[in-house]
Design a protein around this ligand. Structure first.
Ligand code: PCA
Length: 199
């Protein structure tokens, strides 16, 4: 059985719910498409989140890593194409606010996702779930974690699939704040389909 590390994030900024938390928790332990899923929830902390992902990769030795994050305001599932070597954006949960610094001073400018992002989008659309590739994961924690996973795999010559999928808000979140939203069932279904698309 192959191993998949699936991460979600805790709530952050003024979003009281992060729908990716429960997806990672619910799919933890499931077997999907020949992958045993380990679901874990990461903090939203520039000084810790990337290291947390790397520790989990060392511990579980996954064949594939899919990290999930909330992109409040997006209306569809968006596999990210690229992670950039930059920390910026709003304050994290520990009060840090970077100002455009590199994540790794000796790291390359960017890494492309090694997930089959085109196939994931195509499969989601076949299942009538709106999806499209995103060309920017921003410069906040989602980009940071995606960059860490790809950088670690590259540095260690690991031939693994690794990348990030941003998700719209759940209805529960949209009740609090007006924004496009999906049911939790459809959000979870989308991630199961993404896992089923992995080779
Ligand atoms: N979304 C944020 C960080 C945590 C999350 O779920 C982001 O898009 O960077």
């Amino acid at each position: 059985m192959k191993r998949l590390l699936l991460t979600g994030f805790e709530p952050f900024l003024d979003f009281p719910i992060n729908p990716t938390t429960s997806i990672a928790q619910t799919l933890n332990g499931r077997q999907i498409n020949g992958y045993e899923v380990t679901g874990e929830v990461l903090t939203v902390d520039f000084s810790k989140s990337g290291e947390q992902l790397i520790e989990l990769m060392k511990q579980h030795k996954p064949d594939a890593v899919i990290s999930l994050g909330l992109a409040a305001g997006r209306n569809c599932i968006t596999p990210e194409r690229i992670a950039i070597n930059c920390n910026d954006g709003p304050v994290d949960n520990e009060g840090h606010k970077p100002d455009g610094e590199p994540i790794f001073s000796d790291g390359p400018d960017g890494y492309f996702s090694t997930l089959p992002i085109k196939q994931i989008v195509a499969r989601l659309k076949e299942e009538k779930l709106p999806a499209k590739i995103s060309n920017t994961a921003g410069a906040y924690l989602c980009n940071n974690v995606m960059y860490h996973g790809l950088h670690y795999a590259k540095q260690h010559g690991l031939n693994i699939l690794s990348g990030f999928i941003h998700m719209p808000a759940s209805h529960a979140l949209a009740v609090e704040k007006s924004m496009p939203s999906w049911s939790e069932e459809d959000l979870q279904k989308a991630i199961i389909i993404a896992i089923e698309t992995l080779p």
